[in-house]
Write a protein of this length. Sequence first.
Length: 239
Amino acid sequence: MKATILGYGKMGHEIEKLLPSVGLELATTIDNETEWLERESEFRSSDVAIDFSMPTTAVANMRRCFEAGIPIVCGTTGWNAQQEEIIQHCRQTSNALVFGSNFSIGANLFFKINEMMAEMMNHQKQYDVMVEETHHTAKKDAPSGTAITTANLIIHQLDRKTGWKLDDNSNPEDINIVAHRIGNEPGTHVVHYQSDNDFIELTHKAFNRTIFAQGAVRAARWLIDHKGIYQFKDIFMEV
């Protein structure tokens, strides 16, 4: 079975290293329009594609995969505004898609823990909550997809919060998300709960990009045998 890597930056190289660990070989890599023209036949020989590119590129890549009948795992973030359109396109073409804001198994456990914590905190109104994230300076979108997912999971459980804002704590009904861009930081996410008397932190810190690549290649191998549309946070225990 073969995989095409869409977006051949640092994450693409990490994914390439790990493909053999799940029984996949590399069909080709595609990083720009010229390579799409030059490598289309190799792409069409793929059993699955894995995308870690840029938000606008990822949307176009997913459309190409749907039209070619090739399942795709998308780890690119920042395309939320087009999510419903992409889901509908995938359904119309009877294709398969796994997408997520974070493909680290640890980060997805972090999501689950935050969901449970927020449910308990719904009855502890003395605590306010904020989300803080730190990534490398090359990351284009802010806040991160992981921070948005975390905030939305909390909002779903916490009646006193109705939305989130970036670097804005003026509305007590919003979760303030603070975003930092520093050096080569792979990704740190912290949820803070604070009362007048104490402070609770939940933290997930990535040491390197390998953890994201591991989740993505496992999801790719799993997706070959599954039709439909899935978020990684809902299937990560299976893969």
